[in-house]
Design a protein around this ligand. Structure first.
Ligand code: SF4
Length: 261
């Protein structure tokens, strides 16, 4: 007897219920190419073109020509008073700090004299500066530590400076640069803004901007680069209304919102 083949019929899914590979319902009326496009993530804005080495060199050549010996604006008479001024300048303006420290440094320009003055008096001298209570405590504690651990001298390494109360990486970088002539890059709010806006060294943290700037700035400009960028941010590349029309590097700057082309 000949074998018979049994056919098992599998019902086809209804056309209207077709699913795409992603499991989403496909619209049968939509052309395939459009359906694929509509599922793609929106395109990210293009990252600005990176600065070339020649462009970075040109920018700093212009800064150097305009201001060959840039100076910091915090008043001080020696490394110790510079250190204290930088500690006091956190979240305060240089002008505000100078106003308070002129009288203070006239009577206490060494760790021993500061210690002798005492926390309460220091507090009185600096009470016009924000966070003055904590800062007075730190000034006394760092004076004490300079005497006990460093022979009354301001140390010249980042690791040692960062052990002092109230002194972080930015303070250490300013002191190393200004008191000891080291080519460090202290990133404050101005340098952070300029590094990001211009596209010279974009970064989400001050440390990322610091390392980015160190990587792109030619060594011959590093000693003064910190001051040029601070002054540029303070007087030209202002936070709210940058003065692009008088900016020395407006042709090189990558900020899409700059007001000159
Ligand atoms: S062009 Fe404008 S945004 Fe760019 S660095 Fe100059 S001031 Fe700042």
């Amino acid at each position: 007897m000949p074998k018979t083949t049994r056919r098992i019929s599998v019902p086809a899914p209804p056309k209207s219920a077709k699913k795409s590979a992603s499991g989403l319902e496909a619209n049968p009326r939509q052309p395939k190419s459009l359906a694929t496009k509509s599922r793609q993530a929106p395109k990210k804005p293009k990252a600005p073109r990176r600065w070339t080495a020649a462009e970075v060199h040109e920018a700093f050549t212009r800064f150097a020509k305009a201001n060959p010996e840039p100076k910091g604006e915090l008043e001080h008479v020696n490394p110790f008073t510079l250190l204290v001024a930088v500690v006091l300048s956190a979240q305060a303006t240089d002008a505000g700090v100078n106003k308070a420290t002129r009288a203070l440094f006239a009577i206490a320009d060494t760790p021993a004299k500061m210690l002798a003055l005492g926390e309460e008096s220091v507090r009185d001298y600096i009470k016009t500066i924000g966070l003055f209570r904590t800062k007075a405590k730190n000034v006394i504690a760092l004076s004490q530590k300079l005497i006990s651990d460093f022979g009354g001298q301001v140390p010249s390494t980042r690791a040692e400076l960062e052990t002092l109360p109230g002194a972080g990486r930015k303070t250490a970088n300013v002191v190393l640069n200004m008191a000891f002539g080291q080519p460090t890059m202290a990133v404050d709010t101005h340098v952070f803004r300029v590094g990001n806006r211009t596209g010279l060294a974009p970064g989400e943290t001050p440390l990322a901007v610091e390392l980015g700037l160190e990587k792109v700035i030619p060594p011959e400009f590093m000693q003064h680069a910190h001051h040029w960028l601070i002054l540029h941010g303070r007087y030209t590349c202002l936070a709210r209304k940058p003065r692009c029309e008088v900016c020395l590097i407006n042709d090189l700057c990558r900020w899409p919102e700059k007001t000159v082309s």
